[in-house]
Design a protein around this ligand. Sequence first.
Ligand code: ARG
Length: 285
Amino acid sequence: MKYLNRRDFLTVAGAAAGTLALAACGGEQTTDEPAADETTDGATDEPAASGDLGLITEGTLTVAVSPDFPPFENLDGDEYVGFDIDLMKAVAEQMGLEVEFKNLQFDAIVPAIQAGGQADVGCSGITIDDERLEQVDFSTSYYIDDQCVVAMTDNADVTADTYEDALNQDGVVIAVQSGTTGETYAQENFPAAKVVPYGNATDCFAAMQAGTDGTVAVVTNLAVGEKMVAEAYTDAQIVGKSATGEEYGVAVSKDNPALLDAVNAALAALDEDGTIDELTTTWMG
Ligand code: ARG
């Protein structure tokens, strides 16, 4: 039995994962030969399998992210920080890759992954839903979130007791992030209100605080609402919660099942070894 180094092992594992597809095209694969380039290109220290994953930059996992959504992702100066950031760093490490983050507006991420060329995966608190599943594949979910309604603490009209009726009125303005489940939630649950989409999630909170165009509430995911009112907008409060149980996943092109498998394998390992639990404690406390 031939000794397999890590690179060989991943090549074989990748080939095995592709067996079905190859068999379907009548292709034949020999997996027991040493890789031809192993001794000739001098690149044996290269991250394993990166060539097989169709990455935009060899050896690097390029992750599309909209850094406006703490505690999942935001910018601290020029540095990307948050749960998703740490998660994708760990996923890349599991895959033997470097990681690079690419800043995209949230509603551009799924289309960018579908179109290809800008990023390998999208990880940005993206809820797995049927519409998006038509455009991209998703990894197994790594976090479950809900929706919440946030209002200014001194707004006596929009409180935990009144918000359901108070927000469902003509002329009431609710800020949401464009293309999010929060936008859909607000439209469905407060159909009489004017739901105003912002490209950037944090702009929604700024608009509510300033009362821009009469904005009195923000609808967003609960983990984000909680973080915002605890840190950046301490003059606001959560007035309502809704247990939507949204599952967050990593978006991968439908054309790249090998990458999806590799991301899922990395997530499974990080689940198994407690990393995902640790990140949850670190970022959501
Ligand atoms: N979970 C929501 C959705 O998938 C919002 C995600 C927003 N993410 C962000 N990084 N701004 O629609």
